[in-house]
Design a protein around this ligand. Structure first.
Ligand code: GAR
Length: 191
């Protein structure tokens, strides 16, 4: 007996390297999951082209629409979405969505939370703050999303050294490698 794959939506605001990596891993024959939809708040986000190239539907949802529960819940029902993956999504997730996906919404953050988390801490800003603080270690955190920003249950943390000559760019490169290696398997563990 074959079971239907669980439908996943990826929320992303940026270049979409994590989104692409997850789609490539998950959208394979016999997989227990299927990335059905990419949701971005930016019409110029690189993730939209990546989704198109990979044959995944995408939609631009601005802040007002994201906060419109009728609109969002209908959109998610239409695509029968059961799991939400935040891969560099920079808008606050409204509480009704957090409840809709309780235990099934996962976020990736490019530091060892709770360090360097919270408002304003995203992408390159995180690495700049880590370097500035003189930390000798950084890494990634993959966690469930709850109403406390960057504070949901941690599913996986992987660390890497911060080297004496690191710049934000070189540290970001090391962290991105960790993201590529680790994010798909955590998403798979939710299926
Ligand atoms: C990733 O490094 C992700 O960890 C980070 O944004 C980047 C998105 O890159 N997320 C955050 O900073 C969340 N606070 P991508 O668009 O190439 O996947």
């Amino acid at each position: 007996m074959t079971t239907m794959p669980k439908h996943i939506a990826i929320f992303a605001s940026g270049s979409g390297s994590n989104a692409e990596n997850i789609i490539r891993h998950i959208n394979r024959p016999q997989s227990k999951g299927l990335v059905k939809l990419v949701i971005s708040n930016r019409s110029d986000a690189g993730v939209l082209q990546r989704a198109k190239d990979l044959g995944v539907d995408s939609i631009v949802v601005d802040k007002d629409k994201l906060n419109d529960s009728d609109y969002m819940l209908r959109l998610l029902e239409k695509h029968r979405i059961e799991i939400a993956v935040l891969a560099g999504f920079l808008l606050m997730i409204p509480p009704f969505l957090i409840h809709r996906f309780e235990g099934n919404m996962v976020n990736i953050h490019p530091s060892l939370l709770p360090k360097f988390g919270g408002k304003g801490m995203f992408g390159r800003h995180v690495h700049e703050a880590v370097i500035k603080s003189g930390e000798t270690e950084s890494g990634i955190t993959i966690h469930l999303v709850n109403e406390e920003y960057d504070r949901g249950k941690i599913l996986l943390q992987v660390s890497c050294p911060v080297k004496p000559n690191d710049t934000a760019e070189s540290l970001e490169k090391r962290i991105r490698e960790l993201e590529v290696q680790n994010f798909p398997s955590v998403v798979e563990s939710l299926l």
